[in-house]
Design a protein around this ligand. Structure first.
Ligand code: TRP
Length: 315
């Protein structure tokens, strides 16, 4: 197990600095911070709780689809595949592919190094013959994954929706460049009844609110910032026109926050924009994938048409 840990490839210098990003984002109008900074160890754990919420249908639906179509997916990935997962998180979903496709190698990429180390340990115990090569990396930055094996990409969780369509297209194109001619399996949340979407990001137990607010607590912990986190509320409306959930933290009072030697004033009611979660139709997503240079092939979805999984070929 220690050998496993020693082999973790840490691309940390490529992980942009949280402090710099926050200072830059607080200087913008509206104030904003990239959602990737949600995922410190505490944030990753809160996110795992979100995935189990009754209102958050996405994880459950995607997992059921993976189970139902695992044989077909494994056939598309081919024997002895090299699977690379972008934003691997808890490593739960990939286990379905590991069982079905029996890949030779698995490269989980995640921005949360501590969390990745922790979850990889359990995976290595459960799959002793699998070569696991974890990479601590920010997959939104240029990636150079050593090796020229044809890869099967895995990008579940509708993380693609957390990028603006232009950035999402560019990201898909860049991912395509890392696959050496292989395909990409990507999970995409679908447009639907706004009330259903709203509920998924405004759960009754308040876990999503805690997750959103954790980014302020993280700044206080790591950067010595002095956000009054209790004075910020989670606000996550669905913008029907833009077909996206927009997530904010709204300061209920005027406050001045000091971090990294700089000061930022929040007016009463002023938002900090923390995330978008874009929703697609099957067609709009396939069009975007094609613009990124992929050939969209198979697509699977549940009977209620809540969620979709796409297999995109890169040549
Ligand atoms: N990819 C997930 C989504 O857009 C991420 C997510 C779910 C999320 N719930 C969240 C991100 C709450 C921030 C806050 O559905």
């Amino acid at each position: 197990m220690d050998a496993q840990l020693a082999r973790i490839h840490d691309a940390a210098p490529a992980v942009e600095n949280f402090g710099q990003a926050l200072v830059a984002g607080l200087g913008k109008t509206p104030k904003q911070i990239s959602a990737k900074y949600f995922y410190d160890a505490a944030g990753s754990q809160l996110f795992d709780q979100i995935c189990e919420l009754p209102e958050y249908y996405q994880t459950r639906t995607e997992t059921a689809l993976l189970n139902r179509h695992a044989g077909e997916i494994a056939a598309l990935m081919g024997p002895h595949a090299e699977i690379v997962e972008f934003g691997a998180g808890s490593l739960r979903k990939v286990r379905i592919l590991l069982e079905a496709a029996k890949p030779r190698t698995y490269l989980p990429l995640d921005i949360s190094g501590d969390y990745l180390r922790h979850v990889v340990r359990d995976l290595a115990v459960d799959y002793p013959t699998l070569q696991v090569a974890p990479v601590v990396a920010d997959f939104t930055l240029p990636l150079d994954i050593p090796g020229d094996a044809r890869r099967a990409g895995f990008f579940p969780g509708s993380t693609i929706g957390n990028f603006r369509p232009d950035a999402a297209t560019a990201l898909l194109r860049r991912m395509r460049g890392t696959l050496n001619g292989g395909g990409l399996l990507v999970g995409v949340d679908l447009v639907k009844d706004p009330a259903r979407l709203h509920a998924a990001y405004n759960d009754a137990a308040g876990i999503t609110a805690r997750f959103n607010r954790n980014i302020l607590l993280r700044a206080n912990r790591e950067l010595g910032a002095d956000f009054d986190a209790d004075a910020f509320i989670h606000y996550a409306p669905y913008n029907v026109q833009m077909q996206r959930i927009e997530m904010y933290l709204v300061s209920l009072k005027r406050q001045i926050v000091t971090l990294c030697g700089a000061q930022f004033e929040f007016a009463q009611g002023e938002p900090l924009y923390t995330e978008d979660s874009h929703k697609y139709t099957i067609e709009s997503f396939r069009e975007m994938a094609a613009r990124a240079g992929f050939t969209p092939r198979a697509v699977w979805m549940d009977e209620e048409r809540l969620f979709s999984i796409h297999w995109l070929e890169s040549r």
